[in-house]
Design a protein around this ligand. Sequence first.
Ligand SMILES: Cc1cc2nc3c(=O)[nH]c(=O)nc-3n(C[C@H](O)[C@H](O)[C@H](O)COP(=O)(O)OP(=O)(O)OC[C@H]3O[C@@H](n4cnc5c(N)ncnc54)[C@H](O)[C@@H]3O)c2cc1C
Length: 457
Amino acid sequence: MEHSFIKALSEIVGAQYTLSDPESLACYGYDSTPELQSRPGVVVLPGTSEEIAKVMALCDGAGVRVTPRGSGTNLSGGSISFDSGVVLQTSRMNRILEIDEENLTATVETGVITSTLHREVEAKGLFYPPDPGSMNISTMGGNVAENSGGLRGLKYGVTDDYVMGLKTILADGEVLKTGGKVVKDVAGYNLNQLLVSSEGTLGVFSEITVKLIPKPQTKKTMLVHFPQLEQAALTVSHITAARIIPATLEFLDRTTIKCVEEYAHVGLPLDVDAVLLIEVDGHPAQVEEDAAGIRDICERHHCSFFQTAATPEEALKLATARRVALSALARVRPTTILEDATVPRSCIAPMVKLIQDTAKKYDLLIGTFGHAGDGNLHPTCLTDERNPDEIARAHRAFGEIFEATIAMGGTITGEHGVGVAKKKYLPKLVGESGLKVMRGIKGAFDPRGILNPGKIF
Ligand SMILES: Cc1cc2nc3c(=O)[nH]c(=O)nc-3n(C[C@H](O)[C@H](O)[C@H](O)COP(=O)(O)OP(=O)(O)OC[C@H]3O[C@@H](n4cnc5c(N)ncnc54)[C@H](O)[C@@H]3O)c2cc1C
């Protein structure tokens, strides 16, 4: 990248926040997605919305491409600049601007870490439910751009259920404000919802207003062992069919259980096909009733062990089994390909079976865990990118898994986004007309195509 352009950027954000040395460029050349790397031309860390607007106007004028980046925890290659452009990193914009207890909203700068917001609102008896597994590092801006889900998605929904207002800097530096604190707003197209999930391709969020709810009074955490996979899967759909909506209904298969136990020593059984982590929350009487109903359903489906946490510490330990699943799997082999196949809840049993059969067919080690209550499974292939033959088999296996997912009425990504990692599967899912509309929207927001090019389609 030309020195004069880097100098112009540094005049906007400050020289210490303009990084172009080889070490920094190497650090920002990858995210949490395996196999993908590419060094940007320069990295800028703006400190205000005004600085973002000036950076965008400069880049738009010069036709230089910009990739927004929060903490780089996405799993679809979304925050990598593949054309030596500008990476715009948001970590300096980390202030919680307001917690409005009358309107039940919080307004944050884009770089606020998700769990920081959790802590701040919970200290006031309020609750911001979206809790991606990465919540201790991911940013609110990244969560909005990916429409992140989490362990509490079944009962409380995902990020887009909470976004009420956005301040977005468009590709040419213009500021777009959408929504706000009003609960009802039907004035024109719902641009908030359109911008959520846009993966950095339509604009750069600088401020985000989210809805808060009262913090649940109490919760109960349960861990249930199932000798047979089918019974665990049936339990998931029968719990919701019984009109019980747990906050959390998570699944770990045999491979994942083994890896978690070797890593975290939480006392998981090594001789069962599956465990479910279940959490119910709310009014104490309701929690008791739901927990009893769940126990009954689990026993009717031949669970071999049903454990209820007696203390908050024990609850944390049980939840750890699920929270550490990815880290536990990731240490087994050098490369971890974490996928995001999502099917209707009733298809979980055939989907998990299909994943296991496909792993056998291609001689791969694949562990599956995920948000079973949402039908959102994470088949995770433990491999080594230095072995081209194994990597090719992994890609063929995932191709088949996604074909089957679509055939079951599911989707190629429930929460990780398309980015570059999954764009080859998108046409099959949304069809030509879907792609045409999406391209039209991209053109309306970013006619020169400078924002996060090559992502989604
Ligand atoms: C261990 C682990 C567990 C995870 N668990 C979950 C989970 O449970 N649920 C889930 O949904 N995801 C999960 N993820 C994926 C990931 O953490 C989320 O997608 C997260 O929202 C990304 O946030 P980030 O700040 O790291 O964003 P980045 O990875 O930096 O960016 C993600 C995308 O957002 C865009 N972007 C970032 N900031 C902005 C902005 N200000 N304006 C516009 N676009 C922007 C980027 O261009 C990119 O396309 C997990 C990842 C890991 C590594």
